[in-house]
Ligand binder design. Sequence first.
Ligand code: PGA
Length: 257
Amino acid sequence: MTRVLRTPIFAANWKLNHGPTDARAFMQRFLQQVPRVDDRSLLIFPSALSLAAVVDAIKDRPDVIVGVQQVHTESLGAFTGENSVVIARDAGARAVLVGHSERRHLFGETDEATGRKMRLALDARLIPMLCVGETLAEREAGATEHVVLRQLEAGLSALSVAEVSQVVLAYEPVWAIGTGRTATPADASAIHGVLRGALRSRAGDRAGHIPICYGGSVNRGNVAELLAAPDVDGVLVGGASLDADGWSAIVRTEVAH
Ligand code: PGA
């Protein structure tokens, strides 16, 4: 399993878009425009039905990692319609999103479920990307830190210190997802710093190597300044990752180290 991803991380979350035909066309165009990279990590989270198309497209591109957007809290069994960490791994996935806000808010994913999924993901040798973030109401109530720390603790609750250092985090304020409203680099940095502090108390010095990505209306215009902010180690991008040319431009962003 890829233990520590090279930063910066550029992760595309296609959500419920791009079937296999579109995914193949996207990958062909994207891979043409983005030659093999070794100074950043590229991840793509397609729909599970398009996973095979992306896996096939990247067979000669070990620098691109493909993942699934969601898995069930059980690995195998009588759970009609669900995705499994074991099946995802067998199908070529190497990463998984856990606790994306759409899963939490539209599909009722609980903190407890995220903890279980993180455990299963590591057992299946998938890189888990744990998403945390507050709603607008929580932010306005001054509860941002409380919410993200609660989500972080729940997500990591079943992991050992060594395992905690294998995860990737994504801070995605819910009010910034798909809304065109981006957190400022300073806003993002402040919460990333809070998350880093909590990781430090769990994992000590290893916490410095855990990537913390920012997500929420990231686009070509704001990606460079977000990546330049302290403690922002990558981006998780929805809408602006759907167009192959636009996404290619984003992943080629010059990053000040
Ligand atoms: P967005 O989505 O970039 O469209 O805001 C980000 C995400 O939900 O991961």
